[in-house]
Design a binder for this molecule. Structure first.
Ligand SMILES: NC(=O)c1ccc[n+]([C@@H]2O[C@H](COP(=O)([O-])OP(=O)(O)OC[C@H]3O[C@@H](n4cnc5c(N)ncnc54)[C@H](O)[C@@H]3O)[C@@H](O)[C@H]2O)c1
Length: 335
C-alpha cells in the first residue's frame, strides 16, 4: 500500500515507518523537523528510513493548509497514519498556541486531505491523557473522557471528536489510538526514561515528581507499532451495537473507532527507576518534588477492545524494554 506517515522523523513515526517498509509498503514520511527537542535526533532517525528505496521524505508543517492540500492531491495515499503533533503535557502549559497550530489546525488539514482524496482509512494518535482526572481503573474506551486536565489532552480529545464528524458526514473510516506512555530505543528526550538515563550517566540527580507516588502503564514501542499496524489493516466500520438512545462513548453508528494501546500492567515510578538503575548498574540520586500541573497520578489501560478487534495486546515487560532502551542510548550517545 501507499501510506502517508506524518511525524515520521519522530519516535513512534520512525518505528512505524520501518515496520511498514519491512513488509513492503511504500511510505511517504512527513515531518516539519521542529526544535521542540534536538532536531539532530530526528535527522538520525530519518537517515535510517532513507536507507529504504520505498521511503520518501517530505518536509512540511501539517498546519500549512495549501501545502497539505497539494501533497494529498499529488500523491493519492491509500491509508494515512497521522502521528505528527505537538506532544508533551507540561509544555502545553507554557506554549498553548503550539498545540492549537499542530494538533487542531494540522488535524483538520489531514481530515480534509483524506476526505477529498478517497483515503481508505485514517489512523491517528490520541493519548491516555484524554482520561484526565478519571480514577476508575483500568481506563476503558466506554468511560466518559470529558474532564481533561491539560490543553494537550483537550486537543487529543478534540481530534477524536473531529474524526467522528468526518466519519459521520463523509463515511471516512477513522481509528484513534490512545497510546499509554511509550518508551524504547530512539525515544523522546523530554520523557522520563531518557531524562533519567542521561542524568544518571552524567552523575546528576533525577527529579521524581509527586514524591514517586505515580503509576504508569509504560508501553514498549514495538507493542505500540504492532497495534498501529494491525489497526491500519483493519478498517474502521460502523458498530452494530451502537444505540443513539444510550450513546456509549466507545461506540458509534459511523465508521469510527478508538482504542487504548497500553501494557495493561501499571508500574510504580520507583520500580521503573529501579529498572533503569539495574540496566545502567548505577544508583540514582533522587530529588523528590511535588506533583506537576497537568499531570495525573496513575494510568492503566483496559485493552480488551484492542484485543477483540486485532487479536493483539501489548506484553513487553519494563525490565526487557528498559534494558533495550539503555543499550540503544549507550550505543548512540556513548557512556
Ligand atoms: N510517546 C508517548 O508516550 C505518546 C503517548 C501518547 C500519545 N502520543 C502521541 O503519539 C504521536 C507521536 O509521538 P512521539 O512520542 O513519536 O513524539 P515525537 O515528538 O517524537 O514525534 C512527533 C513528530 O511530529 C513532528 N511534528 C510536530 N508538529 C508538527 C507539525 N506541525 N507538522 C509536521 N510535523 C510535526 C515532530 O517534528 C516530531 O518528529 C503524537 O501525536 C503524540 O501526541 C505519544
Amino acid at each position: 500500500m501507499k501510506i502517508l506517515v506524518t511525524g515520521a522523523a519522530g519516535f513512534i513515526g520512525m518505528h512505524t515507518s520501518e515496520r511498514l517498509l519491512a513488509r513492503g509498503d511504500e511510505v511517504v514520511g512527513l515531518d516539519n523537523l521542529n526544535d521542540y527537542y534536538d532536531p539532530g535526533l530526528k535527522e538520525s532517525r530519518l537517515a535510517r528510513l532513507r536507507l529504504h528505496p520505498a521511503f520518501r521524505f517530505v518536509k512540511l508543517d501539517v498546519a500549512d493548509r495549501p501545502g497539505v492540500e497539494r501533497l494529498f492531491a499529488a500523491e493519492k495515499f491509500e491509508r494515512v497514519i497521522h502521528l505528527a503533533a505537538q506532544a508533551g503535557v507540561r509544555y502545553s502549559i507554557q506554549n498553548p498556541h503550539a498545540y492549537v497550530d499542530s494538533n487542531l489546525v494540522g488535524f483538520v488539514n489531514i481530515l480534509e486531505g483524506c476526505r477529498h482524496h478517497q483515503v481508505q482509512h485514517l489512523v491517528y494518535a490520541s493519548s491516555s491523557s484524554v482520561y484526565g482526572g478519571n480514577t476508575k481503573m483500568p481506563f476503558s474506551e466506554h468511560d466518559s473522557v470529558d474532564h481533561p486536565v491539560s490543553l494537550y489532552a483537550a486537543t487529543k480529545k478534540a481530534n477524536e471528536l473531529m474524526a467522528h464528524t468526518y466519519s459521520h458526514l463523509y463515511a471516512l473510516p477513522t481509528t484513534g489510538l490512545r497510546f499509554f506512555t511509550v518508551y524504547g530505543p530512539w525515544g523522546r528526550p523530554d520523557m522520563a526514561l531518557f531524562l533519567f538515563t542521561k542524568a544518571i550517566l552524567e552523575g546528576r540527580p533525577i527529579d521524581v515528581f509527586n514524591h514517586g507516588k505515580m503509576k504508569r502503564d509504560f508501553t514498549y514501542v514495538d507493542d505500540i507499532v504492532e497495534g498501529v499496524i494491525r489497526t491500519v489493516d483493519h478498517v474502521a466500520a460502523p458498530d452494530p451495537a451502537f444505540s443513539s438512545d444510550q450513546p456509549d462513548p466507545g461506540r458509534s453508528h459511523a465508521p469510527f473507532r478508538v482504542f487504548n494501546i497500553g501494557n495493561h500492567h501499571p508500574v510504580e515510578l520507583m520500580a521503573f527507576i529501579e529498572a533503569i538503575e539495574s540496566a545502567l548498574g548505577i544508583k540514582a540520586t533522587k530529588n523528590f518534588l511535588p506533583m506537576q500541573d497537568g499531570d495525573v497520578p496513575a494510568t492503566y489501560a483496559d485493552t480488551r477492545e484492542l484485543n477483540a478487534w486485532t487479536g493483539f495486546a501489548p506484553a513487553t515487560s519494563v525490565g526487557d524494554g528498559v534494558g533495550r532502551f539503555v543499550a540503544w542510548y549507550r550505543a548512540y550517545y556513548g557512556g
